[in-house]
Ligand binder design. Structure first.
Ligand SMILES: *[C@@H]1O[C@H](CO)[C@@H](O)[C@H](O)[C@H]1NC(C)=O
Ligand SMILES: *[C@@H]1O[C@H](CO)[C@@H](O)[C@H](O)[C@H]1NC(C)=O
Ligand SMILES: *[C@@H]1O[C@H](CO)[C@@H](O)[C@H](O)[C@H]1NC(C)=O
Ligand SMILES: *[C@@H]1O[C@H](CO)[C@@H](O)[C@H](O)[C@H]1NC(C)=O
Ligand SMILES: *[C@@H]1O[C@H](CO)[C@@H](O)[C@H](O)[C@H]1NC(C)=O
Ligand SMILES: *[C@@H]1O[C@H](CO)[C@@H](O)[C@H](O)[C@H]1NC(C)=O
Ligand SMILES: *[C@@H]1O[C@H](CO)[C@@H](O)[C@H](O)[C@H]1NC(C)=O
Ligand SMILES: *[C@@H]1O[C@H](CO)[C@@H](O)[C@H](O)[C@H]1NC(C)=O
Ligand SMILES: *[C@@H]1O[C@H](CO)[C@@H](O)[C@H](O)[C@H]1NC(C)=O
Ligand SMILES: *[C@@H]1O[C@H](CO)[C@@H](O)[C@H](O)[C@H]1NC(C)=O
Length: 871
């Protein structure tokens, strides 16, 4: 069979499809409706012209995707596919055909069918009617990004004759980026650290309103991949947490919140996008391949995407990396099978910016839209449809998926009311309405901020702060007479200004404090990552760098807020933000050191503790017996070099709070807010405790040209790894202190007798998979008593021991606010999915017979309540 495979390119073929028609690896079951049914149903796969097309596409230089790509996103497109795949290693694999067969082929791409998901029926019906009236050129124009003269990250042109106004897609998951009059929301990691679903929803709704006001149809977020497998991963901070269940819970709230105000979410990056190193083909190497077995894929990496699809995400973004050596945007197994068939995804798949590597193959493999533009589609796709290389029905499905998402979110705008088929929703602004291309030129002022968002911005900023040490009653402050302030992350950077020259400017990519953007720009230019420092030394950070950065219309820096508070209280202040060894006035009531751990898209972090910052802390602590350390950390930050110092009395992981950073910090330091954040990742004692998951995988040996990242640890990432290897972390997953104390009691386990406990789900596939995956199988409840003296919220956590799975996995949480001396009851539902394991043989979630361990408590290692039940 393999010999007949026309998808094999000739010679160097990295632009070709990677999914040859041959059985999967031994031991894997045939896929339902997937590769087993391929040969009969897809005659195009046996036609010669198709081969020729692929060869042609192979040699088309990927080249510059236009200045637009660079201007807005700045990805480097130098690739091995331009023909130079040299390697010093004689044994190095030079031909991609070596890898054929590692990712199973799954064709044809499933249609979007209203029959499957009733909630989309109206939108699909209208979309089918509109698409029926389109020419091939019009359908193709829906699929191919094109310059629009706006400041949108990407645009789809209008089809005015049919009342379709086009689409504006813009960054990103932490707020609308790179324009004026917008807010800077807490970053994903900060939301994860808040353990607060209500706040996550409020953030999403209010953030969504800003995208809407500016005429952005698609918000390019949330991020659930990377999930954070690689501790030094450069984009982990854009996602919520390294735990798939928790990530999925926040993805669900975020998708529903943003879409509730009519903006489509682009949940990204699908899938296995776990490192920045070698993320795109460059310097004679292909992009890294994430090699993930089926069980790990389902139980970790696909899990939060499943929640996003279940929440109705109208768009999914395919990723730069390869999966089993097949590029993310042309991987038929991940897109056609996992996403569209197994999860029943409605809506469309868009490429990450510049992630398309083939024309016909990406269309057949389920990609529906390319961004920001492409020579491989556009008029080339028109030809490919005309001559049969891409079936007409595939193009129709792409167009229907795009138009249906637009209808589903009710984006029919007033401009097109006369022509439109639906007059119910007339107030969505025209695409890019408030997104001028150049802020220095006269432009319409569209203030997207909403006075009613202020509370959500501040609460969100407060709750992502995690207090991990508080000795000698250091915090909260009680009317300090004198404070001494140190560290480079206290004040705002010297510049916070639009750069009309465009490109990867400091401001637009969140890099003003990172040597005024030099490091972010260097990373996008694929400069050597070893040269980049760990910290942003030129000011405070409120987000990381890259497309997930925020560009708020104002920032409350810690120094601004402390200064204002000192004015109110009459507190004396000293500060020194530049010296490595500052003097300390011995009359200081406390010394606050504000530091950061910077991270950006484009490169992985060079380390997770830096000598300069640790040295500054130890220096100040020598002469100040009440030293409070605050890190704005875009990821894990180790603390061993100072944490046991008796004069370091308090340590706060302040993460990436967004624009209210200073206000939030002061509110916590002065006890106006009681800290309630908890770590959404594990802080190890030493780097080596993370073993092979500390750093990205590098090209090596015979794989020098085709870097491989083998996810051989399976589901054992973060706390699952520490539990399995019995390694004591410095601060465990789920840990965080409060100004009060909580007691747990009265564990109750109630099995739901009316719910089926058959081994496999049997419901119809709806968005997210079989409908009965979400049926409640058991309910766990516990009482929490606030035994301290101040009111506060407690993130109570439920862990489950599933037979044959990691000893404990997070499967629920709630965060009640409990007044001093009062109690609250948390009640947490366990669904069929929560208790199942992925069964590779049957390709279904399996609910096993056996005993299920139950733990409830304050963190992954402080679990006072324990029980079990049998199924
Ligand atoms: C090919 O790559 C090698 C190693 O990166 C480099 O030395 C050489 O100049 C390149 N050749 C061309 C034609 O780009
Ligand atoms: C990758 O290969 C593994 C092992 O053969 C298999 O279990 C998994 O399903 C494959 N995934 C994809 C996307 O091809
Ligand atoms: C998609 O729908 C078209 C009819 O519109 C049909 O011809 C085609 O076979 C369908 N494709 C799949 C994969 O079901
Ligand atoms: C399609 O176009 C025809 C002719 O221009 C028009 O009569 C019809 O209403 C259109 N279809 C829909 C669903 O609008
Ligand atoms: C079909 O069109 C594509 C896109 O232009 C082209 O590459 C391919 O060679 C064409 N096939 C035939 C048989 O003309
Ligand atoms: C940024 O910080 C570095 C290190 O402290 C310093 O050398 C440099 O002068 C600063 N640059 C600007 C523009 O402030
Ligand atoms: C702690 O600070 C005091 C000054 O308040 C200093 O005398 C002492 O040496 C410091 N302790 C350490 C271990 O550095
Ligand atoms: C810390 O130092 C201050 C001033 O030097 C002193 O008054 C205070 O008692 C010290 N506190 C402790 C806990 O040693
Ligand atoms: C990754 O897996 C491949 C195939 O099993 C193997 O040849 C290669 O050595 C592995 N790479 C590493 C770094 O373990
Ligand atoms: C908690 O205390 C506040 C005042 O501190 C009060 O307004 C609120 O009603 C109390 N809530 C409950 C549930 O007792």
């Amino acid at each position: 069979m393999a010999e007949d495979n026309p998808l094999r390119g000739r010679g160097h073929s990295s632009k070709a499809a990677y999914d040859p028609v041959q059985p999967g690896p031994a031991g894997t079951a045939p896929r339902r409706g997937c590769w087993s049914s391929l040969q009969g149903k897809f005659p195009i796969l046996t036609k010669k012209p198709f081969q020729i097309l692929l060869v042609l596409l192979c040699i088309l230089p990927f080249g510059l995707l236009g200045l637009l790509a660079l201007r807005n996103r700045g990805h480097n497109d130098a690739t091995c596919t331009s023909g130079n795949c040299s390697s010093g290693n004689k044994n190095a694999i030079k031909d991609d055909t070596y890898f054929y067969g590692q990712s199973q082929p799954c064709y044809p791409s499933p249609n979007m069918t209203a029959a499957v998901v009733a909630t989309w029926a109206g939108a699909v019906g209208k979309a089918v009617a509109m698409v029926r009236n389109m020419t091939i050129e019009e359908k193709v124009s829906l699929t191919t990004g094109a310059p629009s003269g706006t400041g949108c990250s990407g645009s789809i042109p209008p089809i005015s004759r049919l009342g379709f106004p086009g689409l504006c897609l813009s960054d990103a998951g932490n707020g609308l980026r790179a324009t004026d009059f917008v807010s800077g929301w807490p970053s994903g990691i900060h939301v994860g650290a808040s353990w607060n679903k209500v706040l996550a929803r409020q953030r999403a709704v209010n953030m969504g309103l800003e995208f809407r006001t500016k005429g952005v149809n698609v918000a390019l977020g949330p991020v659930v991949g990377p999930i954070g497998r690689v501790v030094q991963g450069g984009r982990n901070w854009e996602g919520f947490t390294v735990d798939p269940w928790l990530s999925g819970a926040f993805a669900f709230e975020t998708v529903q919140g943003i879409q509730s105000v009519g903006v489509i979410t682009s949940t990204k990056h699908f899938i296995g996008n776990e490192q920045e190193t070698n993320r795109v083909p460059a310097n004679g190497k292909e992009a890294v391949s994430s090699n993930i077995d089926d069980k790990t894929m389902h139980e970790v990496y696909l899990w939060p995407f499943q929640d996003a699809v279940h929440a109705g995400s109208g768009n999914i973004m395919c990723s730069y990396n390869r999966v089993n050596n097949s590029y993310g945007c042309q991987n038929s197994f991940t897109q056609n099978y996992l996403l569209k068939e197994e999860l029943g995804f409605q809506g469309f798949v868009v490429s990450d910016w510049g992630a398309q590597r083939s024309g016909v193959a990406s269309a057949l493999a389920g990609m529906d839209m390319v961004m920001p533009n492409s020579d491989l589609w556009g008029s080339t796709l028109v030809e490919a449809v005309r001559n049969g290389s891409v079936p007409q029905v595939r193009l129709d499905d792409m167009a229907v998926r795009i138009v249906a998402s637009w209808y589903q979110m009710k984006q029919v705008g007033y401009i097109f009311i006369v022509l439109s088929y639906d007059t119910r929703d007339q107030d969505f602004p025209e695409p890019g309405f408030g997104m001028p291309p150049d802020l220095t030129k006269p432009h319409r002022i569209v203030d997207a901020r909403n006075a009613s968002s202020k509370r959500a911005l501040l609460d969100g900023a407060v709750e992502g702060h995690v207090l991990v040490k508080n000795s000698n009653g250091a915090l909260p402050f009680r009317k300090p007479r004198m404070l001494s302030l140190y560290g480079y992350s206290a004040r705002n950077p010297d510049q916070w200004n639009y750069n009309a020259m465009g490109g990867v400017s400091a401001w637009s990519f969140g890099g003003e404090s990172a040597y005024q953007g030099r490091d972010v720009a260097g990373a996008f230019a694929l400069e050597s990552q070893d040269q980049l420092p760990q910290v942003a030394p030129n000011g405070t950070i409120v987000s990381g760098g890259g497309s997930g950065a925020v560009t708020p219309a104002y920032i409350s820096s810690p120094f601004d807020a402390l200064n204002a508070r000192a004015y109110e209280d009459g507190t004396a202040l000293f500060w020194d933000f530049t010296s490595a060894e500052p003097y300390v006035d011995s009359a200081s009531d406390a010394c606050i050191i504000m530091l950061n751990a910077f991270s950006s898209e484009g490169y992985d972090r060079p380390g997770i503790r830096d000598k300069y910052s640790d040295g500054l802390i130890r220096h100040v602590a020598q002469s100040c017996n009440n030293t409070v350390v605050v890190f704005h950390n875009a990821g894990t930050r180790l603390v061993e070099d100072f944490i046991d110092h008796p004069n370091v009395t308090a340590v706060i992981f302040a993460h990436l709070p967004g624009q209210e950073s200073g206000h939030a910090l002061v509110s916590i330091l002065y006890g106006e807010s009681n800290p309630s954040g908890k770590l959404p990742y594990t802080v190890a004692a030493n780097e080596s405790d993370y073993s092979n998951l500390l750093k990205p995988d590098l090209p090596e040996g015979m794989f020098e040209i085709f870097p491989q990242s083998n996810f051989t640890e399976g589901v054992y990432i973060d706390y699952r790894h520490f539990d399995a290897k019995n390694i004591t972390p410095r601060f465990e997953f789920g840990f965080g202190l409060s100004y009060t104390t909580f007691d747990y009691s009265n564990l109750k386990i109630d099995k739901n007798t009316s719910s089926s406990t058959e081994s496999y789900p049997s419901g119809p596939v709806e968005e997210g998979g079989p409908s009965d995956l979400w049926h409640t199988v058991a309910t766990i409840s516990a009482d929490i008593h606030n035994t301290g003296e101040v009111d506060g919220a407690e993130a109570a956590q439920l862990y489950v021991g599933i037979p044959g799975a990691p000893i404990r996995q997070l499967r629920g949480f709630d965060k009640p606010f409990i007044n001093a001396t009062q109690s609250a009851t948390v009640s947490l539902k366990l669904s069929r999915r929560d208790l199942s394991v992925w069964d590779v043989a049957s390709q279904k979630w399996l609910l096993q017979r056996g005993q299920y361990g139950i733990w409830v408590g304050a963190s992954s290692r402080k679990l006072p309540l324990q029980g079990s039940f049998d199924l």
